[in-house]
Design a binder for this molecule. Structure first.
Ligand SMILES: C[S@@+](CC[C@H](N)C(=O)[O-])C[C@H]1O[C@@H](n2cnc3c(N)ncnc32)[C@H](O)[C@@H]1O
Length: 235
């Protein structure tokens, strides 16, 4: 009976997914890119963001959206980062949000594992009016990007802000790699999306086990702000 019950549940879930896909469509990088590219005013970052919002009103999307976007804006404005690392660029929505608030010396390193998505996202960042001097797209998996991070930072430079919005199960290995790399500056802010589900538990346990190294701050709709206080020897 249990086996038939499980099968029936799986069948119903598939039907529901198919029905949702018929009514809403699935997330499409190409559709998002084409809509934003052809409906925004080129050279205007705010118009690019508004066009993303317009798209998100009708179609499913992976971008962080307005509410978490406002949270991100507040953090970027407060931290005034010199170097930001974004893990999970997708179509460039959060990248544009970050870039428009960086100071003249600010730079964004943004990572996207899917090369086609990375191309589309990069084009949207350029359409928003930003130059390659201000940002760099790393089309590779986060682990590879972190391993090569030093080549993108000048001597003594480190990370002031990290946005994690890629694969939740990758958050802890990536955080451990960032710790080992020495690239996190004391006071570096980590903004971590979708952290409250079961996949986020190992990451949170690691952070909560080390209250001297990490300070847990605000949380909004599963996006959490943490501060890296520095390695233990600094305390
Ligand atoms: C939720 S979307 C990011 C949305 C984006 N931050 C925004 O607000 O517009 C996640 C993206 O991360 C990428 N991704 C997933 N795992 C990754 C990994 N390990 N390394 C790099 N990119 C990854 C996916 O291909 C996807 O495009």
């Amino acid at each position: 009976t249990v086996r038939y019950g499980t099968k029936l549940l799986g069948f119903c879930r598939n039907l529901l997914t198919q029905a949702m896909n018929l009514t809403q469509g699935t997330v499409s990088v190409n559709k998002t890119h084409a809509f934003v590219f052809s409906n925004c005013t080129h050279g205007q970052a705010d118009s690019v963001l508004e066009t993303f919002h317009l798209y998100n009103n009708t179609y499913p999307s992976l971008c962080i959206g307005q509410v978490k976007g406002d949270f991100l804006d507040e953090v970027v404005s407060r931290v005034a980062p010199r170097v930001v690392l974004e893990l999970g660029m997708h179509c460039g929505y959060s990248s544009v949000r970050i870039l428009r608030l960086l100071g003249p010396a600010g730079r964004l390193l943004t990572v996207e594992k899917d090369p086609e998505t990375a191309d589309k996202g990069e084009e949207i960042i350029l359409v928003a009016g930003f130059k390659h001097l201000q940002f760099q797209v790393l089309a590779c998996v986060s682990a590879e990007a972190i391993a090569g991070l030093r080549t993108h930072l000048s001597d003594g430079q480190g990370l002031d802000l990290v946005l994690m919005d890629h694969s939740v199960e990758q958050y802890l290995p990536d955080l451990l790699a960032l710790e080992r790399s020495g690239a996190l500056l004391p006071g570096c802010v980590l903004l971590v999306n979708h952290i409250l589900g079961p996949e986020g538990r190992p990451f949170l346990e690691h952070v909560q086990a080390q209250p001297q190294r990490y300070t847990q701050r605000r949380q909004l709709e599963g996006m959490m702000e943490l501060t890296w206080n520095g390695p233990s020897e600094l305390h």
